[in-house]
Design a protein around this ligand. Structure first.
Ligand SMILES: Nc1ncnc2c1ncn2[C@@H]1O[C@H](COP(=O)(O)OP(=O)(O)OP(=O)(O)O)[C@@H](O)[C@H]1O
Length: 250
């Protein structure tokens, strides 16, 4: 698996863009994104620029044969990262783009059109159900923190403490946030509820688009722990997989 994969997605035009009669200048062909020039160049021709990415998702018109929806995005980006988590690899997916470009839709989606995170979590808990045995058990825990003005706050501190947490270095696991709450979850619903609770504690509301917001980063972590127990001796071996799944910076 490549260490880093880059994917581009084109969302449908919104009402405002339609009302303004906005012309679509982006086209996609397999893993290529083609940008059409609006004006003719010196030679009188409209030049097109082509860029190659690991994936290009064309999500403009549902009845277009090249349309790729939430399911295709998840299959291309989410499935492999989940499979690798069971092998002990850390994974991270983050969405980048200007406001209204479709980051939340791709990552979280809607009730009818679930995005990567709910699909990934549903698959994670479904897999755990089928993989759990007497000598093999799994535990999923989450943490949620905000980095604001270079200070770290625990967004899942049930006591509502707003103290600054210290970032320390573990000799094997690397950097970690000391004292960050880790809460056990058993479904996407649990995760979603904790994300919503955590969002209420953020210094800068996720919808607040001003200069302040650019200093706020929210990091949601899912940690999968696999426990293998030698049933004859009763000795357990813990393997922790860190999945940094959601990094939102507003
Ligand atoms: N692929 C898509 N298919 C259908 N609708 C989409 C798609 N992508 C985005 N939208 C719609 O476009 C609007 C803006 O998308 P979204 O809220 O995901 O943007 P965003 O990049 O997260 O914006 P912000 O940075 O302001 O939070 C929403 O109404 C969303 O439902």
């Amino acid at each position: 698996m490549d260490k880093v994969k880059v994917a581009v997605r084109v969302r449908p035009t919104n009402r405002r863009e339609k009302e303004l009669g906005t012309k679509t200048v982006v086209d996609m062909d397999n893993n290529q994104t083609i940008l059409q020039a609006l004006k003719e160049g010196h030679d009188g021709r409209k030049a097109a620029k082509t860029f190659a990415f690991d994936h290009c998702f064309w999500s403009m018109l549902e009845d277009d044969p090249k349309f790729q929806g939430q399911e295709e995005v998840f299959k291309a980006l989410g499935v492999e990262i989940l499979e690798r988590a069971y092998e002990g690899y850390n994974g991270c997916i983050f969405a980048y783009g200007q406001t209204g470009s479709g980051k939340s839709y791709t990552m979280m989606g809607t009730h009818e059109q679930k995005g990567i995170i709910p699909r990934l979590c549903d698959a994670l808990f479904e897999n755990i159900k089928t993989m759990t045995k007497d000598d093999l058990t799994y535990k999923v825990e989450v943490s949620y923190m905000e980095i604001y003005n270079e200070k770290v706050h625990d967004l899942l501190d049930l006591k509502g403490n707003k103290q600054n947490l210290k970032v320390r270095e573990h000799s094997i696991l690397g950097p970690y946030v000391d004292g960050l709450s880790m809460l056990a979850v058993s479904s996407f619903e649990d995760i979603n509820n904790l994300m919503n609770e955590g969002n209420k504690s953020r210094t800068v509301a996720a919808t607040n688009m001003n200069n302040e917001s650019s200093r706020s980063h929210a990091v949601f972590n899912i940690v999968l722990t696999q426990t293998i127990t030698d049933l004859t001796s009763g000795v357990s071996k813990y393997i922790k997989f860190f999945k940094n799944m959601y990094h939102q910076s507003d």
